[in-house]
Design a protein around this ligand. Structure first.
Ligand SMILES: Nc1ncnc2c1ncn2[C@@H]1O[C@H](COP(=O)(O)OP(=O)(O)OP(=O)(O)O)[C@@H](O)[C@H]1O
Ligand SMILES: [Mg+2]
Length: 313
């Protein structure tokens, strides 16, 4: 008896068709699909967020009872990490997903879909299903008919995974997107990031807040000195560093941009950099008016760039 065939052709092994037996070496099994390969890398430097990461890992653990009822009954876990842009939702989710992979929690695979890449329209719902189906080994030509048939096919494929699977759905815009992609099998996990809270969704919610001052400072110092010999501005200008940390308002994206701006210009003091950022932000706020002036990011990107170019060699 031949072992079960999992290739993508009809299995004629051992079949007597026209008087001969099909030969084993004629078979070209479909290569194994490495579902986890769709996961982007987590940031190499990741600081703080210990509580949030612990909370997330508890929800993701496929062995855990996530029903919250204490009955021990398995329950599909969806977790939404929300917060405004640049706060580190995707970084946290990726960190957790990679940790879960390292723990071997998801033998059924880890599937990543970016539902709304910056600067583009959100992914159409059908497109997200098609991408996931392709990760699951189903090509466009293999599914035809109505989109609802695709949904059924998608859930069937997920149900057939060899163990718990994790879906990481980044940058979700609406709860409906997630509802449609929610697997039917209880041991799978869905991790969502979204700028809005997606409060319509039955899900665990982790709302990110700005990084603490201590974590912000550690991040800035780490990024500034990483791999750069003789970089000692942070040590020489502690007061200016504190001001710069305040300006970044605990937003990791701001901290990364500030560090990148300083790394590009080793000849500029931190005090000089801060002074110009403050001037630039004031100009930005005056232009936008009171309402938008509270936006935590944007000004650093828009004004950090031109200023750095002006001062460039
Ligand atoms: N805790 C952290 N430690 C170090 N770097 C971080 C941390 N959190 C986020 N970052 C970095 O800050 C930047 C912004 O983070 P991220 O892209 O995760 O934000 P986001 O909340 O997903 O933003 P958006 O809403 O635009 O998708 C990235 O470069 C990321 O690597
Ligand atoms: Mg993101």
């Amino acid at each position: 008896m031949s072992p079960a065939y999992e290739g993508d052709h009809l299995d004629f092994r051992d079949a007597r068709i026209t008087g001969f037996t099909a030969k084993e070496e004629r078979y070209y099994p479909r290569p194994p699909r490495e579902a986890s390969a769709s996961l982007p890398g987590a940031p190499a430097v990741f600081l703080g967020r210990h509580d949030e990461l612990d909370q997330l890992m508890r929800v993701l653990d496929p062995q855990a009872d996530t029903s919250g009822t204490g009955t021990g009954e398995p329950h599909l876990a969806v977790c939404v990490v929300s917060g405004h842009d640049g706060l580190g939702k995707s970084a946290l989710a990726l960190r957790a997903a990679h940790r879960a992979v390292a723990n071997d929690w998801f033998p059924g695979g880890v599937f990543y879909v970016d539902l709304h890449r910056p600067g583009t329209d959100p992914l159409a719902d059908d497109e997200a299903v098609r991408i996931l189906l392709s990760y699951l080994g189903v090509g466009d030509h293999e599914v035809s008919g109505l989109a609802t048939a695709w949904d059924g096919h998608y859930r069937t494929c997920l149900a057939q995974r060899p163990g718990p699977a994790l879906l990481l759905l980044d940058n979700a815009v609406q709860a409906e997107q997630i509802e449609r992609l929610r697997p039917g099998v209880a041991h799978h996990r869905v991790l969502v990031t979204s700028r809005s809270g997606l409060t319509d969704l039955e899900a665990h919610a982790i709302r990110l807040r700005p990084l603490s001052t201590a974590d912000s400072l550690s991040l800035l110092v780490t990024l500034l000195s990483m791999g750069v010999d003789g970089e000692n501005r942070a040590v020489q200008e502690p007061d200016a560093m504190s001001l710069l940390v305040d300006l970044c308002e605990g937003v990791p994206l701001n901290i990364r941009r500030a560090a990148a701006g300083l790394r590009k210009r080793p000849d500029v003091t931190i005090a000089e950099y801060v002074k110009l950022l403050v001037e630039n932000r004031a100009a930005h706020e005056a232009r936008l008016g009171a309402e938008e002036s509270t936006a935590r990011i944007g000004w650093l990107q828009r004004f950090g760039g031109p200023w750095l170019r002006r001062r460039g060699p």
